[in-house]
Design a protein around this ligand. Sequence first.
Ligand code: ZN
Length: 150
Amino acid sequence: MTDSLLARFHRSYEKKESGCWEWLGYLDRGYGSFRLPKGHKIKAHKLSWLIHGGEVQEGQVIRHLVCDNRACVNPEHLAVGTQQDNVDDMMSKGRHGSKLHKFRFYSAEQKQRIYSAWDSGRTAREIAEAEDLSIEQVRGLLSRRKVPKN
Ligand SMILES: [Zn+2]
């Protein structure tokens, strides 16, 4: 990545009030696309992830987790995941279209409620029903739980 490419990258998006960095350049199926030398191109959000110190392993993709805005290149709105996550994500969005905004975003109170329900022996299914979430969402939340060190 040369300085001039980097400068071009940083000229190619606009920071929106929503927090999104909206790509002003070419869009490919909604995703920002960045031209590299020799006719290569890279998805702009992936490039942003890499520029800002993120890593991608073989078989992983960069996904929009915060905003669901394909044209967004704000690294804080991105996360690394597998292709399978993307499929699961789309499926859960498809099944629960109106719950889109709930995906992976929970208030501290809700998290606490879910954790204590889990600790008191509730199953993921029971919690999912009580919280109006999918079982996958509950499992995902529990798997990301940070256990305080003593
Ligand atoms: Zn965004």
